[in-house]
Ligand binder design. Structure first.
Ligand code: G6P
Length: 607
């Protein structure tokens, strides 16, 4: 949610900030802006909509290139609106008389602060919570040094924030603060001299720093300070930064989402590496007494990650016979959940920064539960907070609609469930061998077959109208149905719901007619006949059916056939790919913005 970039150095600041924001645009794209402080001149540019509009605004300002070159400071922001609609006036940077500021997160006490400042005569121009910060800073700066004023300002804020501020009062420094919202500082050590400086970068996510820096500091909650060109070496916890640019580009695919669907086959191998082999299953991250420390499990997550939590429940209960409850994180926090001390709390998150899940994890930790984060981003807030973590190793996921992150989460949960089953003596040697075989085959089942993709491209044109979609399945195919429906909703804006097949007759079947499309997940290896009866009930009401199954099913209007696999998990992963491709191709036909669907953000770091 929102992206932040900052820069100190001699490079062209317009290009540096725009390039950085381009890498972060997938996090929010309601508006964008930048501020440049150079030769005692503070310039601010803002524009509604995507980054290209900001570029046009700057071009239209008809400034000489010298304005952007030479030593100076710059900050940039790409916004996903929370407080205040996505207008230019609400876009960041927010400005005072001599300072500019960008902010990710939410200032919960902004109303009180605003009243206080208004009573001093400060006039606000935006409806945002952010604007109070810059005015508060300038108000303190009347009586204190810029350093003191910034620190006093930050002490007054309640909520979550990653903040960068530049001010004419200290024209060589960027002020920064972090609380519950990611922020990092990086340098390229080859170009950076401790005494002569070089360039300093700030970013709210790794993606913006790839190829630019080789050393980073991930700021911690409570970090607040200022830095000039020479200050990097004085920071604590400097770490090497290895990410490479190739992995962050589209590599010939039309969309990041498409690339990420195709990548799943190789990514799942990464996920399994060192964990699953012919010889057995290992999770090095979990020590031997870990498995003895709990009697039940609570899993908490949001969005797609919540769907993998639901898959995890079926898998863990079936394979390890350990009771599992699943929770939507935004509901969990305020529901006064009953937490048992001998319960394992698992937070699942692609980003590791989702505010709702992070706060739920904190709550569980404060209650003394043993905690585990299943997460894609090392060093993320959740990984740092949890007692244990299992990385899903999906690599950077750029498509806002999550695909490979989901696949890897399910794989990690499957590995975890089998290992727990082994430790709890619920799975014997034969069982272990067959699980391992199924895992290795399931990875292969995610390979996108050209003829299947072509079929889905053709099929998609018949599923562009109607009054809605139902995705139905049983058991683990029910959360997969939820995920299929979510994918379609997210990127095509068509109305779609996931339902357990057996539940349709208890209400939703009332909607069935020929303009209702039902996507039926009909695996051969799990409850095929039960499912078939449910699908036939819907066919009898004239709904248009697209069945995804390895078996012949003449009653369906369309059938997407998957190979004849030996296990339901292979069928699960094969069907997952089909649902992802179907959502993609329908969205393409409807001319939607696949990688940046409206109103969504990749990582939601506000409640
Ligand atoms: C946002 C994204 C979803 C994602 C959810 C949870 O809403 O748009 O795709 O599933 O956040 O994100 P997380 O990073 O915690 O998995």
């Amino acid at each position: 949610m929102c992206g932040i970039i900052g820069y100190i150095g001699n490079q062209n600041k317009k290009e540096t900030i725009i390039n950085g924001l381009r890498e972060l645009e997938y996090r929010g794209y309601d508006s964008a802006g930048m501020a440049i402080l150079q030769n005692d001149d503070l310039k601010v540019f803002r524009a509604v909509g995507k980054l290209t509009n900001l570029e046009s605004t700057i071009i239209n300002a008809k400034l000489h290139d010298e304005v952007f070159c030479g030593y100076g400071l710059a900050i940039g922001h790409t916004r996903w609106a929370t407080h205040g609609s996505p207008t230019e006036i609400n876009a960041h940077p927010h400005i005072g008389t001599q300072s500019a500021l960008v902010h990710n997160g939410i200032i919960e006490n902004y109303k009180e602060l605003k009243q206080e400042l208004e009573s001093q005569g400060v006039v606000f121009s935006s409806q945002t919570d952010t604007e109070v910060i810059v005015h508060l800073f300038e108000s303190y700066a009347k009586n204190y040094t810029a350093q003191e004023a910034f620190s006093k300002t930050i002490q007054r804020l309640i909520g979550s924030y990653a903040i960068l501020l530049i001010t004419k009062l200290e024209p060589n420094k960027i002020f920064y603060a972090k609380q519950h919202s990611p922020l990092m500082i990086g340098v390229c050590s080859k170009q950076h001299d401790e005494h002569k400086g070089g360039a300093i970068f700030f970013a709210s996510s790794d993606a913006a720093l790839i190829g630019l820096v080789d050393k980073v500091v991930y700021l911690q909650d409570g970090n607040c300070g200022e830095i000039d060109m020479y200050g990097f070496q004085n920071l604590h916890n400097i770490q090497p930064f290895y990410a490479n640019k190739i992995s962050a580009q589209k590599e010939g695919y039309r969309f990041f989402m498409e690339k990420e669907i195709y990548e799943q086959e190789s990514i799942l191998l990464e996920t399994m590496m060192g964990r699953v082999s012919e010889d057995g299953i290992i999770l090095d991250e979990l020590d031997s007494d870990f498995f003895e420390r709990f009697r039940s499990i609570a899993i908490c997550a949001c969005g797609t990650s919540h769907h993998s939590a639901l898959v995890g429940k079926y898998l863990i209960e079936r394979k390890a016979r350990v009771r599992v409850t699943t929770h939507i994180a935004s509901e969990f926090r305020y529901a006064k959940p009953v937490l048992e001390k001998d319960e394992l709390f698992i937070a699942i998150s692609q980003s590791g920064e989702t505010a709702d899940t992070l706060q739920a994890l904190k709550l569980a930790k404060d209650e003394g539960l043993i905690t585990l984060a299943i997460c894609n981003v090392d060093n993320s807030a959740m990984v740092r907070l949890a007692d244990y973590s299992l990385l899903t190793r999906a690599g950077i996921e750029k498509g806002v609609a999550s695909t490979k992150a989901f696949a890897t989460q399910v794989m990690v949960l499957w590995i975890f469930s089998v290992l727990l089953g082994i430790k709890r003596k619920r799975i014997n040697e034969i069982g272990i061998k067959s699980e391992i075989k199924a895992m290795l085959n399931a990875q292969k089942a995610t390979k996108v077959q050209a003829q299947i993709h072509d079929k889905i491209k053709r099929l998609s044109r018949r599923y562009l109208h109607g009054h809605g979609f139902f995705f139905i399945g049983r058991d683990i195919f029910y959360p997969l149905a939820l995920e299929g429906a979510l994918k379609l909703k997210e990127i095509s804006y068509l109305h779609a719901e996931g339902y357990p097949s057996g539940e349709m007759k208890h209400g939703p079947i009332a909607l069935a007619d020929s303009e209702l499309f039902t996507l039926a997940l009909m695996p051969k290896n799990l409850l095929y006949n039960k499912n078939k009866s449910n699908v036939e009930e819907i066919i009898a009401r004239d709904s248009t059916i697209c069945a995804i199954t390895p078996l012949d099913f003449d009653l369906a209007d369309d059938v997407v056939k998957i190979p004849n696999y030996q296990s339901y998990m292979e069928e699960f992963f094969a069907m997952m790919v089909i649902l992802q491709l179907l959502a993609l191709e329908i969205a393409v036909r409807l001319n939607r913005d696949v990688d940046m669907p409206r109103n969504l953000a990749k990582s939601v770091t506000v409640e």
